[in-house]
Design a protein around this ligand. Structure first.
Ligand code: CAA
Length: 257
């Protein structure tokens, strides 16, 4: 792979994907997005992987979609290229995805972080949707996910002015899970991933799906969906093992079945 690096067993059951276009601040060209999507699809089907971390480098998680690749395109070209079909497939990843963000997470970079299920940020992280400054608007979920995460007032300000928010602001607004010192951001993300990887992967996937439903449906439908997935966990061996281990006062050993 040219634009991403994969460490499949970064920790037991935890894979690490690193975006790797450092000179371009990890600008998300279409080749990179395709590599990312194909890797996620492969990892999603691998029973030795339970949690996936996506990261960049200290300076940039990703500075957005590749502006140079889009600069001369017309509407008809953009529709034909249909770059968002890879994003739609990424959104379908069933396993928990954690973004480990340091430095810039802008435009498509912020949108990619928000497509993940959780965000751990270094204290240098900066989030923004600066598309307005180059005459466009967010196209990979920025107006929707940001608004749902931080509310209309701040989202509107970021989308209409292109201003960035710091890691601290992002934490206060509820966009991210935690802030850690820059030298520890990957390590802390790995710890969070390991905690989740120790749970039943069956339950984790169903729970992820149900939490995401809260953003996609009305409350009644969301609750109905949640209940269905809750009942489904009871058809797994992991549910039996988890509850038995609790009663026997020992650590569970989950098989993902
Ligand atoms: N696309 C293509 N190249 C990019 C890029 C991007 N989004 N962001 C940075 N780069 C390139 C720069 O062109 C530069 O390349 P050269 O050395 O060849 O000139 C290199 O990365 C380093 O960037 P800078 O010299 O600009 O670094 P800086 O530290 O001075 O500034 C920055 C950093 C503020 C992030 C600035 O690079 C910047 O504003 N980048 C663009 C951010 C942006 O507008 N993102 C939104 C893109 S559109 C989008 O994402 C649409 C969508 O919703 C899908």
């Amino acid at each position: 792979m040219k634009y991403i690096q994969l460490t499949e067993q970064y920790r037991p059951y935890v894979s690490l994907i690193q975006l790797n276009r450092p000179k371009e601040l990890n600008a998300l060209n279409m080749e990179l997005m395709q590599e990312l999507q194909q890797t996620l699809t492969t990892l999603d089907a691998d029973t030795n992987v339970r949690v996936i971390i996506i990261t960049g480098n200290e300076k940039a998680f990703a500075a957005g979609a590749d502006i140079k690749q889009m600069a001369d395109k017309k509407t008809i070209d953009m529709v034909a290229i249909d770059q968002f079909k890879t994003w739609d497939l990424i959104k379908k990843t069933k396993k928990p995805l954690i973004a480990a963000v340091s430095g810039f997470a802008l435009g498509g970079g912020c949108e990619l972080a928000m497509t993940c299920d959780m965000i751990v940020a270094s204290e240098t992280a900066k989030f923004g949707q600066p598309e307005i400054k180059i005459g466009i608007m967010p196209g990979a979920g920025g107006t929707q996910r940001l608004t749902k995460a931080i509310g209309k007032a701040k989202a509107m300000e970021m989308v209409l002015t292109g201003s960035f928010i710091s890691a601290e602001e992002a934490l206060n607004y509820g966009l991210i899970n935690k802030i850690v010192p820059v030298e520890l951001y990957l390590e802390e993300t790995a710890k969070l991933a390991e905690t989740i990887a120790a749970m039943s992967p069956v339950a984790a996937q169903l729970a992820k799906e149900a939490v995401n439903r809260a953003f996609e449906t009305h409350l009644d439908e969301g609750l109905h969906f949640e209940r269905k997935n809750f009942y489904l966990t009871f058809s797994s061996e992991d549910q039996k093992e988890g509850m038995k281990a609790f009663i026997e006062k020992r650590n569970p050993e989950y098989q993902g079945k």
